[in-house]
Design a protein around this ligand. Structure first.
Ligand SMILES: Cc1cc2nc3c(=O)[nH]c(=O)nc-3n(C[C@H](O)[C@H](O)[C@H](O)COP(=O)(O)OP(=O)(O)OC[C@H]3O[C@@H](n4cnc5c(N)ncnc54)[C@H](O)[C@@H]3O)c2cc1C
Length: 363
């Protein structure tokens, strides 16, 4: 396969780029995925809670709500069919004061507008479900789950390769010229070579704004303002306290420091919310006391010495807290940009793949 023959170039080997590539390959498109690192899934796709979200929080008219609910159905079907490890363990969003109970009612109403079933449970019912939990009441979601992300990544990668697609690693997209009959692009490892594509899909996660700025002929007003929000995770070095995922009431920039379980039966707390100007993937040290303060609102099971810094990710929030997916078309070429694909991007990934495939086919 010569890179000069590309019909569709997907920039980014995260869960979004791979899902889009898979959807397009299933429609017989000729697709190349470009990834700057020496493997796929090294960006935020492996730096999250690994939760399959139900679709409780997002505004009913948002893309997040639509693609999360659809994506949840698609991902569960996909995981089952491909025998990938997952668990539909369920989740409790907990009220840690009487005042917060009305917020649970609001969340329940929002979930129901998104077509998502949830159930309010009182404090006694909550502690029957989770004896280590303390709360004034909770919202139970049975359709929330967790997935082994490495297995999911491998499976998407296998799909792409078996459908005839190419994933090119250690190749960074640096710039492009958006013309009417083709798009010329340049890679960092061969700056003198100009490659050609008909369609470019910018699925580079938190780097997608930077990439759009490097495309001559693309209207830069489509690039939304974003806030970068780092989220650290701390692992519990103790037997797991909960069988379900435990979430506090969400705050302005995140879902709160929650308790999740991974497929190795370990309990992870996080992510916190730290607004940053320049991103890095180093866990902020010495956050044990801060984490403990949040965790104490829903359990007394954890002590500060049980918490160990683990990993972190960086979300990108658009001003209206929604995914932004745009298409810019010239005569025979188009560019699709994906911005603000933070949570629930993992859950929504397969639905985003189909959404972008349909955008390509439409005018
Ligand atoms: C802290 C945190 C918690 C989250 N929790 C959840 C959750 O529980 N459930 C859920 O559904 N979602 C969750 N999400 C959201 C989810 O992780 C993201 O929506 C998803 O990973 C975004 O995938 P992506 O492919 O767009 O980005 P990424 O995985 O970051 O992939 C982008 C890729 O593009 C590559 N790239 C960048 N620039 C270039 C270039 N110039 N040339 C070539 N390649 C390039 C990068 O190396 C990277 O591999 C969370 C996110 C964060 C940060």
């Amino acid at each position: 396969m010569k890179l000069t023959d590309v019909e569709v170039l997907v920039i980014g080997g995260g869960v979004i780029g791979l899902s889009i590539a898979r959807s397009l390959l299933l429609k017989n498109k000729n697709v190349v995925v470009l990834e700057k690192e020496n493997n796929v899934f090294l960006g935020n796709s492996s730096r999250n809670s690994g939760v399959i979200h139900a679709g409780i929080y997002y505004h009913p008219s948002s893309l997040k709500a639509k693609l999360c609910v659809l994506g949840k159905q698609k991902i569960y079907r996909y995981l089952k069919k491909n025998k990938i490890n997952y668990s539909k363990c369920g989740k409790l969003i907990v009220a840690s004061s009487n005042k917060q109970i009305k917020l649970l009612h609001k969340l329940k109403e929002n979930a129901s507008q998104n077509g998502v079933d949830t159930k309010l449970v009182n404090a006694n019912q909550s502690s029957l479900l989770e004896p280590n939990l303390k709360c004034y009441g909770a919202l139970l979601s049975d359709s929330t789950g967790i997935v082994d992300q490495n297995e999911f990544a491998l499976s998407l990668q296998n799909d792409i390769e078996s459908l005839g697609g190419n994933i090119i690693l250690k190749s960074e997209f640096t710039s492009a010229d958006f013309k009417e009959d083709h798009i010329e692009f340049v890679l960092n490892n061969d700056v003198n070579q100009k490659y050609k594509a008909n369609i470019i899909i910018n699925a580079a996660g938190i780097w997608s704004g930077k990439i759009s700025k490097k495309i001559n002929g693309l209207d830069k007003s489509i690039i939304p303002n974003i806030k970068l929000i780092k989220g650290n995770y701390y692992k519990l070095k103790k037997k797991k306290p909960f069988n379900k995922l435990i979430y506090p009431i969400p705050d302005k920039y995140g879902l709160g420091i929650h308790s999740t379980i991974n497929m190795y039966n370990e309990t992870i707390f996080g992510p916190d919310t730290e607004i940053i100007k320049k991103f890095d993937f180093n866990v902020t040290p010495n956050l044990e006391e801060k984490f403990l303060k949040s965790i104490r609102t829903y359990t007394d099971y954890v002590k500060v010495e049980n918490l160990h810094a683990d990993y972190c990710g960086v979300r990108e929030k658009t001003m209206n807290d929604d995914f932004v997916i745009t298409k810019t078309k010239k005569k025979h070429t188009s560019i699709i940009n994906l911005f603000g694909i933070d949570s629930p991007g993992l859950t929504a990934s397969l639905a985003i793949g189909d959404y972008v495939k349909n955008m390509i086919n439409s005018n």
